[in-house]
Ligand binder design. Sequence first.
Ligand code: FUL
Length: 492
Amino acid sequence: MNKIPLFIALFTLVACSRVKPPEPFGPVPSERQLAWHEMEFYAFVHFNMNTFTDKEWGFGDESPELFNPSELDCRQWARVCKEAGMKGIILTAKHHDGFCLWPSQYTEHSVKNSPWKDGKGDVVGELADACKEYGLKMGIYLSPWDRNHADYGKPEYIAYYRNQLRELLTNYGKVFEVWFDGANGGTGYYGGANENRKIDRKTYYDWDNTYSIIRELQPQAVIFSDGGPDIRWVGNEEGWANPTNWCLLRRKEVYPGYGRYKELRSGHEDGTNWVPAECDVSIRPGWYYHPVQDNKVKSLTHLLNIYYRSIGRNASFLLNFPVDSRGLIHENDVKQVLKLAETIGKDFAKDLARGKKVQASQTRGNSRKFSPRNVNDGEKDTYWTTDDQTTTANLVIDLGKPTSINRFLVQEYIPLGQRIQQFTVEAFLKNSWQEIASETTIGYKRILRFTTVETDKIRFKITQSKTCPVVSNIELYNAPVVIQEVEIPDDS
Ligand code: FUL
């Protein structure tokens, strides 16, 4: 055996393992949040009493007799979501009108008193089975505001609400997300009182004790509300985050119904907790099904813009289907979501950066463990980083030959925190570097779209970072140009 190469190999191994990884910086994601980040795209289903009354918010006095889908098929929902590349479905188990899609033992206002399946049906159970069959995760929306319940506004209602949560989190297998809405208190039926009930949004629900029920029964589930604790609302219902989007939030300041909700579009750069944003938006104007909106399904261009302004801006994309009164995702909605999936598939068909030569301005301790090659090796757990004091650095990807590029995708290694504050992307054109984008945050994922450039080198320049940058992934694509159906103004 040749002793010299063996010696060199051993020396390199020892030297590399001596270089320590960077310390985490600021708040970092929990295991459950990391798993959620990777889901990226999942569905909302608004289907409940409003589907049959043609309303968005029921008053709470609707008769259970009205709930009667003719062809309810949760397997169709799951099939469509799976085909569209979605990873889960969140169902409105109870909306503000209080009607329950499962036969709760704590109320008569549920499917058990409806004509559907002679009162023997359970939509939550059917969805849980369908999700299992199609390998999707299930989430639950349980409206805190209940316009049907006589005790709403009193302490007794909180006990009722928690009992319902226990039912949902005990009887239907694993739940990935529990969704708490911010709309709270106002007029309603309230068991026949027909009055206006105001609650103190900060104190009435005693949220911490409700959250502990979720931690006890479904420790892997993330909790969504305007201010987390795990996932935050993005501050609009149009499906976009700001280009500057921190996964951080001064969590104690934000509560369901928070007045300065527009801040949620960017999070807080000096946030105390890891609370990433979720972009919720309906494929139609309404959350619930209304036949008059059959021809108002969002265009492909609109849906694509949402994709790039949510997932492409360090947030997740929660796309709502207003399931119709048959109990099916309407044909028009199916067509649009599959068009979106097909286009996304084409946009990201071939990563042109994969395995290409990458050079860094600096590598941590010159260690191979933190090599720039880690950014295009297809491994999510390897990363490139620099020495601790370094807060500006760059990477050059050598494509080897002139290549057309119009998408740049970059990911920080978020288990060590969100660090980068500013970056640019440049292309080597006519013997000099030309800037093609100048941006701010990255986080879990950032995707940039730009006019096609033909270049043999791309430079990613980190121009400001809170501490040494840690980058796990870079991808480059040449997406086919999509024919514009309608011009959608940039809303941010
Ligand atoms: C809102 C609710 O009031 C809407 O009805 C819908 O459920 C949406 C997702 O959240 O706050």
